[in-house]
Every structure is written in C-alpha cells, then in structure tokens.
Design a protein around this ligand. Structure first.
Ligand code: MEV
Length: 434
C-alpha cells in the first residue's frame, strides 16, 4: 500500500459505514527489515529491570546519546523548578513528580526504540516490555499515520428565514474561508501546514450550522492554532449571511488525524510451560470479543490501552486528556462502545493486532519544549516528529493491551501484578508503622 492508498483507507475508516469499522484485517504492508544489530543499539535488553537505576540511566545514555548533563538531570530525580511550575500554570505552589521508566524491546518499522513512560502504576512498564518482546517475534510493530490534520468547529445560529441559503453560500465561499483562516499563518504555511478544507453540517434542533475547518498543524498538537483560526473565520460569517456566532473551538475527536499500529505474532511466542501458545491465541481472541460485545469489559480493556498511551504522552509533555477524550469517542464510532484494539487469530494460527486511534500530539511548543524531562524523553525516542510520535504512542497502547489480555487469558492479572506491586505494599506497611 502506498501512502495515498493508506490515506484513502484511513479516511475511509473515519467516515465509512459501520461494516468497515472494527475490521481486524491488517492494512499496513508489513515489510520486514533487519533490525539494527549493534549491542548498544538494540532495545532488546534482557534483565534491564534487574539493573540499578544508575546503570539503567547509563545504558539509556549510551543508546540515545544523552549528554552528561541530561543523564545527571535524570540521576538527580528530574524535578522541575518552582519557577518553571509558575510559568506552566496559575496558582502554582510546587511540582509533583511521577516515576519515568523505559519500556524495552520495541521494534517499530524495523527501528529499535526504547520507550519512555511516565506512570504511577506498577507493572505497566513490565507489561509493555513483555508484550513488545512477543511482538518482535513477529517482526515488531508496523505503524502508519495520516497527515496531522486537526478539526476546528465554528457554530453559527441562523435565523429561520435564512436557513435554506446557508449551504449554497458556504459552498461558494469555501476558498474564501480557507484563505481567511490562513491569513497571518505564513510560518505554518511555509512548513506545508495551514487550513486545507472545510465542510459543515446542520443541527436543526439548535437552528445551527457547524463548520468544520481541517487544519494541518505540522509538528504541533495545534490547539492554539486551531482555536485562533476558528475565532478569526467566525468574524467573516455575518458578511455571508445573518447569524449569531456560537462556539469556536477545536474538537478532540480528531478523526482526520489517525495513527495505526499493527502486529502479527506467531502462536509459539505465547507458549509457556503451563499453556500451549495455540490455546492462548484462542483465549486472547475470545477476550477481545468479550470486550467487543460488552461495554463494561470494553471500558476496562480500554483503560489498559490508555495505560500505554497516556504514559508516553505524559513522558513527552503531551495533553493526554485530549487524546483520552478522542480515543474513547473514537471507540464508540459505530454507536456502541468497543475495544480500541482489535485481535484476530489468523489462518496460520498467528495472532494479529491492530490499533487505530485519533492521535493529536506535538513535538514542538508548550510543555514539550519547556519541560527538561519531556525533552530528554523525545531525545530517547530519537526526536520523532509529531506523526512518528503518534505512531509510537499507538504501538505502546497495542502492546499494553496485548500484555493485559495475555495475562487475563492465562494465569490471571493478579499473579504478575501483585509480585510487582509488592514493593509498594512493603512501603505502605512501613509507613503505617508508628
Ligand atoms: C489495569 O491497569 C489494566 C487492566 O485492567 C486492563 C484490562 O483488564 O485489560 C489489566
């Protein structure tokens, strides 16, 4: 599949009938390339968990080319100053630290990656690393993404006697709307970004039309660009037809900005002394179907997906609430709340997985640029642009879901989780002692 076919296929998915949705057929051409072999550059690091924290930092430093200063920042606990807190938010009183860890074993489109994750929950890093190890037995993750096209909404209230003119007037003014949206955006336009197109729909109950502006925001998440454009464009609307201006804001359901990760894992990868891999593949597929037909299970399943996604988003200074909102809405796109990732046993007994989600992330601007640990996280990832970062994020979500389903379908979640949680429990017990 070339890029334009892929674009068609993903935009089709965003708008097609329900029958195309939650289709587990793999769509990305899985081209296998030899992973880099040098010891320092492989993310397959057995026993990483058993190293001391200092040794882990040393290894990540070597892998990612961190400077002495960056490694020292991590060694010192990566705490941001109160001055920086004060610039990020209002009414700051201090900062709140969370652990950052490294998920190992990631191989994405043939590239070795160490994936930084920020999370307070034990077992998330271990689960992601374990799943990535199984997934690399099938060649790793294969990922793609659409152009970073975000959607802004402009709501207009129309008097009854003008409602039937609106469609025609908007049709004949589309290029004017786009040109107006792009005025003053020379830098974005020079980078190939900017407003690209628009469409609209009516909400008869509100006597309103809602214009959608589709804006390529490049490597930015884009909220400010979009909101500014929407506010600007709304200003010319009363020149086109009588209207009251309603809300002007981006939507977090960015179904034109999608990222997709796929994998295909041989059944052998699941074999344990206690269970045959073939049986486990069947059970994982059944676990997926449980979530497909049951929204209570889907919610928990998707919480597991977001364990992986949010952790990478937080590590890289991205707005995880925006992605959360979009991901859950996208999981409901056929009218029922569904599992975000799709798992299917293939004819050869292997297990295929696919995760497709709206992924509005940025690698420039805001916290991403200003938070020293977010900058280090991006360096560890090899400074991906926004599209590549979006793909890494969905790969982490897919891995997390596989790890949870595998454990649930085999020994149960508590065995692994509780052994890793034990350190927390010991600490709590010590804290409770007088
Ligand atoms: C726990 O943080 C996540 C899981 O509940 C996900 C799932 O049940 O699929 C283990």
């Amino acid at each position: 599949m070339n890029r334009s076919d892929f674009q068609k296929s993903v935009s089709g998915l965003a708008t097609d009938s329900a029958s195309h949705r939650f289709n587990s057929d793999l769509r990305i051409k899985h081209t296998f390339s030899e992973p880099q072999k040098s010891k320092a550059m492989t993310s397959r690091i057995p026993g990483f968990y058993a190293l001391t924290l200092n040794d882990r930092i040393a290894l990540v430093k070597e892998f990612s080319g961190l400077s002495d200063q960056e490694a020292q920042w991590l060694l010192d606990g990566g705490k941001i100053s109160n001055d920086l807190s004060d610039t990020f938010i209002e009414n700051a009183i201090s900062s709140f630290s969370l652990p950052i860890g490294i998920a190992t074993n990631f191989l994405i489109n043939g590239k070795e990656l160490l994936v930084p994750m920020v999370v307070e929950e034990s077992s998330v890093l271990a689960a992601a690393s374990h799943a990535a190890k199984m997934i690399r037995m099938g060649g790793g993750f294969f990922t793609q993404s659409t152009d970073p096209v975000m959607t802004g909404q402009i709501q207009l209230f129309i008097p009854d006697d003008h409602m039937n003119q609106v469609d025609q007037i908007l049709r004949s003014n589309q290029s004017r709307i786009i040109d107006y949206a792009n005025m003053g955006q020379e830098r974005l336009l020079a980078r190939g970004g900017g407003a690209k197109s628009c469409d609209w729909h009516f909400i008869p109950e509100l006597k309103a039309v809602v214009i959608h502006l589709y804006i390529n925001t490049g490597d930015a998440m884009g909220a400010n660009i979009i909101n500014s454009m929407c506010e600007r464009v709304s200003g010319i609307m009363p020149e086109l037809f009588p209207c009251d201006i309603g809300l002007r804001i981006l939507t977090n359901l960015n179904d034109h900005r999608l990222a997709i990760a796929e994998c295909q894992i041989p059944a052998d990868a699941f074999t344990t002394p206690a269970m045959n891999g073939d049986l486990l593949v069947d059970r994982i597929e059944k676990a997926y179907l449980f979530a497909y037909y049951d929204k209570y299970r889907a919610t928990t399943n998707n919480k597991g997906v977001m364990n992986g996604i949010d952790s990478v988003l937080i590590a890289t200074g991205n707005d995880w609430r925006a992605v959360e909102a979009g991901a859950h809405a996208y999981a409901s796109r056929d009218g029922n709340y569904r599992p975000m990732a799709v798992w299917k046993k293939q004819a050869d007994g292997s297990l295929s997985g696919r995760l497709e989600l709206p992924m509005a992330v940025g690698t420039v601007g805001g916290v991403t640029k200003l938070h020293p640990t977010a900058q280090i996280a991006l360096k560890i990832l090899g400074y991906p642009g926004a599209q590549k970062l979006a793909e890494i994020v969905v790969a982490a979500g897919l891995a997390q879901n596989l790890a949870a389903l595998r454990a649930l379908a085999a020994e149960g979640i508590q065995k692994g989780h509780m052994s890793l949680h034990q350190k927390n429990l010991d600490l709590l017990e010590r804290a409770a002692k007088p």
